[in-house]
Design a protein around this ligand. Structure first.
Ligand SMILES: NC(=O)c1ccc[n+]([C@@H]2O[C@H](COP(=O)([O-])OP(=O)(O)OC[C@H]3O[C@@H](n4cnc5c(N)ncnc54)[C@H](O)[C@@H]3O)[C@@H](O)[C@H]2O)c1
Ligand SMILES: Nc1nc(=O)c(N)c(NC[C@H](O)[C@H](O)[C@H](O)COP(=O)(O)O)[nH]1
Length: 222
């Protein structure tokens, strides 16, 4: 069993979620309010480790009125246990789970960082070789009571999740901006598929303006 997974992201018209240098302020203020309303609704929110390193996000509900109990469980997919010890997601604003691959379990559990984070209340989940096994992670989260999960990127994790058939819905804010750049980061990265026949098919279920941005909602059809 797995949670219902909603991928939410903001991209430029040319499909980039960040530039090559990691600059990523894309959503307008109205869209950020929509994002925080969604954060408030879901049981958990998940990002990849590069997003934590690049943005140091809080992953809490802080742009609309809310209580501490409204914050979702924060989940970081961190294959090699690279989490910086001072990351804001390790504070006590909400529970945090860091998922690490089995190959890096012994290195991590032998480190001071692991014990400091454990003492601060951070939970760890180990599964997979080199990369985190996302199917097992989704099953673990479901068993912990997570029924809805918001996936907030980045590009590499988004592709792994859709390739593994784990995304149910996609909500995209398309900002009226063009940034270009072959090395800019796109909505889905990873290895990609080699042919359009292999592409994951979507069904557009809603679209609306949100300030200067356009929001598109899709169901994923596996
Ligand atoms: N505009 C937006 O909505 C938005 C949202 C989130 C992130 N971003 C941007 O995306 C960039 C980061 O994206 P990214 O693609 O470099 O990294 P990412 O955040 O997707 O993290 C990927 C990393 O996670 C680890 N990992 C472990 N197991 C994995 C698995 N099974 N599958 C995939 N990854 C696994 C690997 O170390 C991998 O390199 C940042 O610049 C950030 O600002 C933008
Ligand atoms: N919806 C959205 N629009 C953007 O323009 C953007 N850059 C992100 N990026 C998502 C990513 O997870 C960010 O790191 C957090 O949005 C950081 O902010 P918080 O402290 O968690 O609120 N998301």
């Amino acid at each position: 069993m797995k949670p219902y997974v909603i991928l939410n992201a903001a991209m430029t018209l040319d499909g980039k979620i960040a530039t090559e240098t990691g600059s990523s302020n894309i959503s307008g203020k109205e869209d950020l309010i929509r994002v925080h309303e969604l954060r408030k609704e879901v049981d958990a929110i998940m990002v990849g480790i590069n997003t934590v390193i690049a943005d140091d996000p809080r992953l809490t509900v802080h742009k609309i009125e809310s209580k501490k109990e409204d914050n979702p469980i924060r989940v970081v997919v961190d294959g090699k246990g690279r989490i910086p010890i001072e990351s804001r997601i390790t504070n006590d604003d909400a529970p945090t789970i860091i998922a690490v691959s089995d190959d890096y379990k012994s290195d991590l559990t032998a480190s001071d960082k692991y014990h400091v984070l454990k003492n601060n209340g951070v939970d760890f989940f180990f599964a997979g070789e080199n990369q985190v096994d996302l199917v097992k992670l989704m099953n673990y989260l479901y068993e912990k009571g997570v029924r809805t999960l918001m996936l907030e990127g980045g590009s590499t994790l988004n592709f792994s999740m859709i390739k593994d058939g784990l995304i149910d819905e996609i909500r995209i804010c398309v900002a009226p901006m063009v940034v270009g750049g072959v090395n800019a980061i796109s909505l889905f990265g990873g290895d990609g598929f080699m042919t359009m026949d292999e592409s994951v098919k979507l069904e557009l279920v809603d679209s609306f303006s949100c300030g200067k941005d356009l929001v598109l909602k899709y169901k994923v059809k596996y």
